[in-house]
Design a binder for this molecule. Structure first.
Ligand code: BGC
Length: 728
């Protein structure tokens, strides 16, 4: 090794001192700003009447809470979330206000974002979304959602980031940082354990401390500690007997005390049920509790749990005023980070940059599940006949689904996208099935028509799946069946009999059963892609873009292969009052791996039009101390014919552990793009704390000593190498 000269050593020293000075100056300035804000907040508090402070702790309309007009303290304006800014609603009912200036960009739903396995893109997503929120004058964005994917029946999975806590944590942090750059707070939701829509308002979740800490909380923790989210939304359900919006364990013990959260806890809409619990157990703003317009025409929300009832308790002396002040101080702090921050940018909406972001996320998130005989891509310059069959080829997927519904400035449907990209082909379309019709005769006609065009075509693209209707991928209810709705299974099977050249494109935010898998050539998981849906899908199908998405959750072959369902009704959906997460930490692929149940498609799976070779997979050491960082390096070569991107995934497992462990768990990943023939070395760093399990005997994390196995591959079921390491 070349020895460093004296001159360069001095240079290095001076440079390091300079960096240290800048850092400490920055920290000092930040500290000073923080101190100054605290002083300001204290002085504002002293000017406020109890009534004014109370008014800040509950809604004044469907999506806003009060400011203090006499002092110029602004109202707080909130909006859903999480993949676009919701159209304006009326002041005090759930009807849309029918403004004509609230059209937005629809970004792909969060399952798609998670499937990109690309944190850089998540930042870009957050920045674009934050700019749209800011332009629409919102202070708080109600999202992102990071509830863990526990069952494929959960109607709201499409709004979340999949089944793995490490993936969701890694992807949520840059999203939050991106949004908040615009001076708009994120409100990460739904904290916590809102893993089903069925009975969401009252079901009591019983789960071990270990599963809570290892599976269900990490993404929230990352959102708060690493992402710095300025707000969080409580969930509807109960945890250990208490509603999550005023839950002592979740909000006081964990969020505010353990994680040091200094932001605002907002209730989910009508998720508040008690005045005293709300006062003492960490809720700061109560939203969505139905207003009583008989009480007072001017102040219909005064009868909220944190309204007059709170005021009375303070006036009577039953509750001390500092309990109220703590909430108001948090709200004022959030205002200094958002509406009272004079430096926040103005935002922008429906820009070319935003649709580019939406397009990039959509194309990178689409997952090629199966591709026999290299059926895809379809050469767009040939003059072939393509039969496009399925309602989802034309159905808008930004409408419906509940609170994440959007009013888009522009939405390219899959059929439009295909027509635009395949200009030399003859494209014929047939709906094939209907989500609206219960008329047997009409349904038979639709099927007949679809079969007749399938027969004549060179290629069939079946574009179906779920949709945003009630009991599909939609808020408020769960799916009732694992299979595809509207007789699509039968239709796909029948089409495959008349034309073998068929690709099934699933538009959904959930796994579905695939009884037709062996009868068809290719399967594409295409999510809810937002404004650029058709362009992104056509790019993938034509090969203009090479698929690089990976599944953020497992597709079980049948429902009982999923852990939550394996344990029966008490596990999902519960007995109407309680439910028990009996699978404990074995959620998603952790269950399949450990119990050796082969899934239909595994977590982390996703094909490409090119091929990759992983070699020289090594760890930097054999033995690690608990303060070390593990470095895994791997050389990746694009051995196929086109440029493409691959996600190198590192899982770690512990054999002979003193507690039950999953066979392996994702601990690191990196996506890299390679030209044809190109090779790169990727390095993935894993800090030792990632190896810890939550030890219930000490109520803390514990890094067990001994042997671990590191699994490196490009899918949870495609491991190229296992390396043994030891923690000493
Ligand atoms: C949903 C939240 C949403 C809120 C406001 C609730 O029903 O659960 O996710 O942010 O409504 O629309």
């Amino acid at each position: 090794m070349k020895s460093i000269s004296k001159k360069s050593l001095i240079k290095l020293l001076v440079f390091s001192i300079f960096i240290l000075c800048v850092k400490s100056l920055k920290a000092q300035t930040l500290n000073e700003i923080d101190k100054a804000i605290t002083v300001k907040i204290d002085s504002i508090i002293s000017l406020l009447t109890v009534e004014e402070k109370i008014a800040m702790c509950h809604a004044q309309s469907k999506f806003s809470s009060s400011g203090v007009p006499r002092l110029g303290i602004p109202e707080l304006w909130m909006s859903d979330g999480p993949h676009g800014i919701r159209p304006e609603m009326n002041w005090d009912n759930w009807d849309y206000a029918n403004w004509t200036n609230d059209y937005v960009t629809a970004f792909p739903a969060l399952t798609c974002l998670a499937a990109t396995f690309n944190p850089g893109l998540s930042k870009e997503y957050g920045i674009s979304l934050g700019e749209e929120a800011r332009y629409r004058k919102k202070d708080i964005l109600l999202g992102p959602g990071v509830n863990i994917y526990r069952t494929p029946l959960n109607g709201r999975n499409f709004e979340y980031m999949g089944e793995d806590p490490f993936l969701a944590s890694t992807m949520v942090v840059p999203y939050i940082q991106g949004v908040q750059q615009s001076g708009v707070a994120t409100s990460v939701k739904h904290y916590a354990l809102n893993n089903q829509e069925h009975w969401r308002g009252h079901i009591n979740v019983e789960v071990s401390d270990r599963a809570l800490n290892e599976i269900y909380l990490p993404a929230f923790k990352a959102a708060i500690i690493d992402g710095g989210s300025w707000s969080i939304m409580g969930a509807y359900n109960k945890f250990r007997g208490q509603h999550c919006c005023h839950n002592q364990i979740l909000l006081n013990d964990i969020l505010k005390n353990r994680w040091g959260f200094d932001g605002v806890v907002i209730s989910d809409w009508a998720g508040t049920h008690s005045t005293l619990e709300s006062i003492y157990n960490g809720l700061d703003i109560e939203m969505g509790t139905p207003s009583d317009s008989n009480l007072s025409k001017r102040f219909p929300y005064n009868n909220n749990f944190l309204g007059k009832a709170f005021l009375d308790k303070i006036i009577s002396g039953e509750v001390k005023e500092y309990n109220l002040d703590d909430k108001v101080k948090r709200i004022l702090k959030l205002m200094y980070r958002t509406s009272l921050n004079k430096n926040r940018p103005f935002g922008s909406i429906n820009t070319k940059a935003h649709s580019n972001t939406a397009y990039k996320v959509a194309t990178e998130g689409i997952v090629l599940l199966q591709n026999s005989d290299s059926f895809l891509p379809i050469n767009s310059s040939t003059n072939i006949t393509i039969a496009v069959i399925g309602e989802n080829a034309t159905k808008s997927m930004t409408i419906g689904g509940g609170s994440s519904e959007l009013k888009v400035a522009n939405e390219i449907s899959p059929l439009e996208g295909l027509r635009k990209h395949f200009i030399n082909a003859t494209i014929i379309y047939s709906q094939g099935y209907s989500s609206e019709s219960n008329n047997k005769k009409r349904n038979e006609e639709l099927k007949k028509e679809a079969l007749s065009i399938a027969e004549k075509a060179n290629v069939v693209l079946f574009i179906g799946g779920l949709n945003k209707n009630n009991s599909q991928d939609s808020e408020g209810a769960d799916r009732q069946y694992y299979n595809l709705p509207y007789n699509q299974d039968d239709l796909i099977g029948s089409i495959a009999k008349v034309n073998k050249n068929i690709s099934v494109i699933l538009i959904s935010g959930n796994a579905v059963s695939m009884p037709w898998r062996d009868k068809i050539k290719s399967i594409v998981q295409s999510w809810y892609l937002g404004s650029e849906a058709g362009n992104a899908l056509a790019s993938i199908l034509s090969g203009r873009a090479n698929p690089s998405g990976k599944l953020p959750f497992t597709f079980p072959k049948k429902l009982s292969d999923n852990a939550a369902h394996y344990y029966g009704k008490l596990s999902y959906p519960g007995d109407g009052e309680n439910q028990y997460y009996k699978e404990d930490i074995l959620v998603g692929y952790r269950w399949n791996d450990t119990k050796k149940i082969k899934p239909e498609f595994a977590f982390g799976h996703g094909l490409s039009y090119t091929s990759f070779k992983l070699s020289n997979i090594i760890s930097d050491k054999k033995n690690y101390k608990s303060a070390d960082t593990i470095k895994i390096s791997c050389s990746v070569e694009n051995t196929g014919g086109v440029q493409g991107a691959e996600v190198i995934q590192v899982y770690i497992g512990k054999e002979n552990s003193k507690v039950n462990r999953a066979m392996k768990e994702l601990k690191g990943f990196k996506k890299l793009s390679l030209l044809k023939g190109e090779s790169k070395i990727v390095e993935i760093y894993i800090t030792m704390d990632k190896l810890a399990f939550y030890d219930e005997t000490i109520s803390d994390w514990n890094i067990e000593k001994g042997e671990y196995v590191v699994f490196v591959g490009n899918a949870s079921d495609n491991i190229s190498k296992k390396i043994k390491i030891t923690v000493i």
